[in-house]
Design a protein around this ligand. Structure first.
Ligand SMILES: *Cc1c(COP(=O)(O)O)cnc(C)c1O
Length: 452
């Protein structure tokens, strides 16, 4: 069976380019979308696709054990298996957050832990596809000498890692002083050229766009305006449904910055729908930090109007973006999925992350944004307490230790640490320890848990 996919212009499906061509925009200036030959995919029935995906799930047969490459025909069929660069990404755990759900009054709350991945965020899902295509381009003699991205941290970590694995020179542009230590050290460790620019993410993005527009440089753009990233990231929605034995949850809540990921989530779900593996769609909630909320503002106007903003600092640093490149894609998806955009203040995101932690999760600030949005929608009765809700956790909490430490030391900006739990200093002496313990054990049962 011959599967195929290509870049197509949104406004003109006949304007097509091979996936191995260095091209990011259509002639009219819009972003290209990867488009699949759906008739070829329809040669398998829905039941057959489910069986194929189940058979490959988390096995070792190269490269199909990867959560992304297990869906290869749907993602990037034109790449030879030899050129795939994979770290066994995807297949992340989806767990029932029973205690947190109970505390919020929800019976069926689930966390999809995309941060339990090689570089600690969902960015691996897209980067494996992009780097694999670059490797194929290089094998075909295309004029690509290096890959580059602007990043709020996690993109550069993933690009540097996959670039290193494939031995492809990597350049990352970071806003100076605006990424976590863990995120900064990852590309450094992987041998990338790390350029710290005295600007914000949007400023880095402008520079890297100009740089990669010059064909003589031979530098390939790895940001999510490159639709190859979207193809890998779209597997998250497919995976969630597969993990529920092909049952569709009522709600999926996802944090959004540059808005590639929410667009990708919707794209994967639409493909499931189009190929008959599911017969209804979930509603999608895109959650933004109040300090970086251009999509939320547009949503308030019924998406009639969109204005880029200057994003203010937020603990959710990976989504501190004022001019998201995938705005149009995201709006299209949200309209299709009866979507909602909600926002979270610094206080709300910090509290939500801390409450999740106290129930055994370990939430990064972006996950805090998504959880805070879910809490607001539950409180307003928009999300019904009987419904199944999946919150996408986008990065591992350990990548944001500085956020956690600042929270528990009461040092966060714009937030009071209601659930701070600093260490108790005590003399190395049994009586002293006993006094502390007596006090601690006298708390009524349940205190210290997060009452609302
Ligand atoms: C990149 C990122 C996001 C936002 O994804 P977008 O595609 O930019 O909307 C959210 N959380 C984390 C941890 C990220 O790294």
């Amino acid at each position: 069976m011959q599967y195929n996919a290509w870049f197509a212009a949104q406004d003109n499906p006949n304007e097509r380019y091979p996936l191995t061509e260095v091209v990011y925009y259509s002639q009219s200036g819009g972003l290209l979308e990867v488009t699949h030959d759906m008739d070829a995919l329809r040669q398998h029935s829905a039941a057959e696709w489910k069986e194929i995906f189940e058979r490959r799930w988390m096995r070792t047969s190269w490269p199909y054990g990867s959560g992304v490459w297990g869906k290869k025909e749907w993602v990037c069929p034109v790449i030879s298996d030899d050129n795939v660069v994979s770290m066994f990404e995807g297949g992340t755990n989806l767990f029932w957050a029973e205690r947190l759900g109970r505390e919020l009054g929800l019976k069926d709350l689930w966390l999809k832990l995309c941060g339990n991945s090689h570089t600690g965020s969902f960015k691996d899902l897209g980067m494996t596809v992009l780097i694999s295509v670059v490797r194929q381009m290089m094998a075909e003699g295309k004029p690509v000498r290096a890959v580059a991205c602007a990043s709020t941290g996690d993109t550069s970590a993933a690009l540097a890692c996959y670039g290193a694995a494939a031995d492809i020179p990597t350049i990352v542009f970071l806003p100076k002083g605006k990424v976590s230590t863990a995120q900064l050290v990852q590309p450094i460790a992987h041998g990338a050229l790390v350029l710290a620019l005295d600007t914000d993410f949007d400023g880095c993005m402008r520079v890297v766009r100009q740089l990669t527009a010059d064909p003589d440089m031979g530098i390939y753009l790895a940001n999510s305006l490159n639709s190859l990233r979207i193809e890998g990231q779209k597997t998250v929605g497919i995976e969630i449904v597969q993990q529920f034995d092909w049952d569709v949850p009522e709600w999926i809540v996802i944090p959004g910055g540059n808005l590639g990921n929410v667009a990708a989530l919707g794209k994967g779900l639409l493909m499931l729908h189009e190929l008959g593996l599911i017969n209804r769609l979930p509603r999608i909630v895109c959650a933004q930090a109040e300090n970086a909320n251009p999509l939320y503002r547009a949503y308030q106007q019924g998406f009639a109007q969109y204005e880029p903003i200057t994003a203010r600092p937020t603990a959710a640093s990976a989504i501190q973006i004022g001019d998201p490149v995938s705005i149009n894609r995201a709006v299209r998806i949200l309209q299709r999925f009866d979507g909602i955009v909600e926002q979270a203040s610094e206080q709300e995101l910090a509290d939500a992350a801390a409450r999740a932690d106290r129930s055994g999760a370990y939430a990064c600030p972006h996950t805090g944004v998504a959880l805070a949005a879910a809490i607001k929608l539950i409180d307003r009765g928009v999300i019904d307490k009987s419904e199944r809700v999946v919150v996408i956790s986008t990065a591992h909490g350990l990548k944001f230790s500085n956020f956690k430490v600042d929270y528990h030391e009461g040092k966060l900006n714009e937030a009071v640490s209601r659930f701070a739990n600093p260490p108790v200093e005590v003399a190395p002496d049994l009586d002293a320890v006993r006094r502390v313990l007596d006090n601690w054990m006298e708390r009524p049962v349940g205190q210290g848990t997060t009452s609302r």
